[in-house]
Design a protein around this ligand. Structure first.
Ligand code: ATP
Ligand code: MG
Length: 755
């Protein structure tokens, strides 16, 4: 187990019990070290229940358990290995009373959350132009991620005060319905430990080792949760790579690493510098790229696997031709013996996948897209899940509204509005408000209640997969999709859901159990201190949690015999023999939006670093001079990242164009905090000084400059972000304060310079 590791890895694995930070670059074996450390600790006699391991995805957690049971003959069931969300969910189920939750609380994934917020805004007659549901959602989640409840938020302006009120109303709605969103899982679990000293002490004593993978992407609340749980007894073993921090937009904070080093690891930092994944050219290119970032903890990676092949670069006139070229090249790779699932096509934005998919499909190459619509997010699956949720907890209004009239049962919007009024009046759920309804609506609603009650009774008799079949049948969904012309796929997915449940109960050892009842465990349900050890969840509740948490999983599943398509974010932690990184154009990658945020360009560069370091043997970088995105053709110059890679590691397969005539240039100006964008701008301009050719353009009698204020008769006032082309081709990308970012032809648009 240990022998195959290098001396630094061995040292990390066999550390004495102390806080440790493994700070190491991509492919240096961090994940492998973490898993081996767990096995090693258990080999030394540590109980599996004294360990907690936090990984980034459910898939990674499952893989870790599989690897562990391969290394050691242990039963990994019941071990605390999972994502932050998964572990917090477990904690809250075990201690739902202390956490102030109903036992059958359900998890809202982000689409459910958005729907719940829309409903809230409507019920309160909130102007959704002024308070778009997405903005409200973002606000609530961001505050929760900072650990803040409404009363603790300092709101200085009316707009924010209103948002705080909405947060409060939303929270009340969640309580009423017995649901929690993703951010709430974390915050609740944190508050649970914070406010309940005996419980906290119990867990502090229980876990003597807490291990965390991908530590660079933890947010402040997760960090607080970890350190609270660790107390002064547990050892934290954190592995991460500051150069791969790519979730700042979701609140991840790289400074956690510095804090951890200062406050916990106190100099006990292990560095791993040998890379076992990529060949020399790929690795050196990645190293050179990331050296353009200023804000780094600093490390160097080397490999003894030889230089290998240079990174190939291809430029095509359009995105369609780019995709066509990629697919031709994939065909050649497959002919050369590359396994399909060892070929990955990565992109910065989901929208890019369509044209690639089209080409792959036309060429009959099997492929799999990740991060598009995930299984548990499909409409028909969500319908069945909503029925299942109602069986588990009839007061879940979001699920209620989803299926009360699907398939149609003659329950109209007006009746539902009336039902909603009663629910508000009596401060109860929609389900409980049904008896107040009269007439035909009352009868139809009564029938729906009877359906749910009857299914709930079935749940007390049938195993989970059978229950799901019953639901699909009795709800009328089967009939509905049978009659639907495009229902065939959906029916197949419904069958797939039954299969997923079968696999789930098998993996969890619940095949013999009835769906709606909490199994009687052969193992003690409480430990020597009287604390619950095993989750007290029925197979149905466990499956519903699983479905919600999977829906939040951002990561791909490699392994199928198909070419893998995914965003770079989803590729984190994975590796492939051949990797295509597509769309290397200014504005797309680096993405124009990110550049407005503090540290935006550096985060984009880290993303590029993650992308490059996924490749083992071969990496391709491709770009298109024009691209259809969101219904518009846009012209772009090549990404600055290409110019940051040393020529020695590149092999241009198409002629390299001279330095772009009018390189897009960027200035901030709409960052949220003034000092934020200033800093970001300094970094951005420092990073691209070598590539900017032009930041001003004369069109007609006006002299446009990047950063300048302009006014447009329709869009209002804005700031010029980029300038490109000349003469009739001259274009500007402008961020309008009200209308958002637009690309306009300077010769045509009626712009006036205002500052
Ligand atoms: P990332 O930063 O991308 O998450 P990582 O640091 O977690 O990467 P791993 O995924 O653990 O790296 O390892 C990268 C590859 O190198 C894996 O295929 C792993 O099995 C292999 N590897 C790690 N250490 C060794 C070693 N000592 N000998 C041989 N192979 C190794
Ligand atoms: Mg890893």
């Amino acid at each position: 187990m240990i022998d195959s590791l290098n001396p630094q890895q061995q040292q990390a694995v066999t550390q004495p019990a102390q806080h440790t930070l493994i700070l190491a670059g991509a492919g240096s074996g961090k994940t492998r070290v973490l898993t081996t450390r767990m096995a090693w600790l258990m080999q030394q006699g540590l109980s599996p229940y004294a360990l907690m391991a936090v990984t980034f995805t459910n898939k990674a957690a499952r893989e870790m358990l599989t690897r562990l049971s391969a290394l050691l003959p242990i039963d990994t069931r019941g071990m605390w290995v999972g994502t932050f969300h998964g572990l917090c969910n477990r904690l809250l189920r075990l201690h739902h009373q202390d956490a102030g939750l109903v036992q059958s609380f359900q998890i809202l994934d982000s689409a459910d959350q958005l729907a719940a917020i829309r409903r809230l805004l409507k019920a309160n007659n909130i102007d959704d132009e002024k308070y778009p549901a997405r903005d409200v959602q973002r606000f609530i989640n961001a505050e929760k991620e900072k650990g803040l409840r409404p009363h603790a938020i300092e709101a200085y302006d009316p707009h924010t005060r209103r948002l705080v009120e909405l947060y409060e109303l939303y929270q009340a709605q969640c309580e009423r319905e017995g649901v929690v969103d993703f951010a709430e899982l974390l915050l609740r679990a944190y508050e649970l430990l914070l406010h309940h000293a005996p419980l906290r002490q119990h867990y502090q004593q229980r876990f003597s080792h807490i291990l965390i993978d991908e530590f660079q992407d933890t947010n402040p609340l997760q960090y607080a949760w970890l350190t609270l749980l660790a107390g002064d007894q547990a050892c934290l073993f954190a592995v991460g790579d500051d150069d791969q921090s790519i979730y700042a937009f979701r609140g991840a904070d790289i400074s956690n690493m510095k804090c951890f080093e200062r406050d916990y690891a106190k100099g006990n930092v292990v560095r791993l510098e040998q890379n076992y994944r990529s060949s020399g050219h790929i690795l050196d290119a990645a190293n050179a790229l990331i050296s353009h970032n200023a804000d780094r903890l600093g490390k160097k990676l080397w490999t003894d696997s030889g230089q290998g092949e240079a990174v190939r670069v291809v430029e095509k006139p359009s995105d369609a031709l780019e995709a066509q070229w990629v697919v031709e090249e994939i065909k050649a790779l497959l002919k050369d013996g590359y396994a399909p699932d060892q070929v990955a096509v990565l992109y910065r934005s989901n929208a890019q996948s369509r044209v690639l998919e089209h080409q792959l499909f036309s060429s009959a190459i099997p492929y799999k897209v990740y991060g598009g619509q995930r299984f548990f997010e499909r409409q028909e699956i969500k319908h069945v899940l909503a029925y299942l949720r109602l069986i588990d907890n009839p007061n879940a209004d979001t699920s209620w509204l989803r299926v009360v009239n699907f398939p149609t049962r003659g329950i109209g919007a007006r009746s539902l509005e009336q039902l909603g009024d009663y629910a508000r009046q009596y401060n109860c759920s929609l389900y409980r408000a049904v008896p107040y309804m009269t007439g035909r609506a009352g009868t139809n609603l009564g029938k729906f209640v009877a359906l749910i009650n009857q299914l709930a009774a079935q749940a007390q008799m049938l195993p989970l997969p059978d229950l799901i079949e019953q639901v699909i049948h009795d709800s009328g969904l089967l009939e509905h999709y049978k009659n639907d012309r495009e229902g065939a796929d959906r029916l197949e997915n419904l069958q797939e859901l039954v299969n997923a449940a079968t696999v789930f109960v098998m993996e969890e050892g619940l095949t013999e159990e009835v769906a709606g009842r909490i199994p009687v465990s052969p193992e003690p349900a409480v430990d020597e201190n009287g604390m619950a050890v095993l989750s007290a969840m029925s197979p149905l509740a466990a499956f519903l949690s699983h479905a919600s948490l999977e829906a939040g999983d951002n990561q791909a599943q490699a392994g199928q015999a198909a070419v893998q398509l995914m965003t770079i974010h989803a590729a984190k932690g994975l590796e492939f023999d051949a990797v295509f990184i597509t769309g290397l154009e200014e504005g797309l990658f680096p993405h124009e939006n990110s550049l407005a945020e503090l540290n935006g360009l550096e985060e984009e560069r880290r993303l590029m670093y993650v992308a490059l370091t996924r490749g083992r043997r071969r990496v391709y970088l491709t770009l298109a001079q024009s691209r259809m995105l969101h219904g518009k053709t846009r012209y772009a110059t090549r990404s600055r990242f290409l110019d940051e890679l040393p020529d020695a590691h590149l092999k241009w397969l198409t002629p390299r164009q001279a330095a772009p005539v009018a390189q897009s240039a960027w200035v901030g100006g709409f960052g949220r905090e003034a000092h934020g964008w200033n800093q970001a701008r300094q970094r951005a301009t420092a990073g691209m000084a070598s590539t900017v050719a032009k930041s001003g353009l004369i069109v007609g009698d006006q002299h446009f400059r990047v950063g300048q204020g302009v006014a447009h008769p329709k869009f209002g006032e804005g700031t010029i972000l980029t300038l490109s082309g000349s003469g009739n081709e001259a274009q500007a990308q402008i961020h309008f304060r009200e209308a958002g970012t637009k690309t306009l032809a300077l010769g045509v648009a009626k712009l006036t310079i205002i500052a």
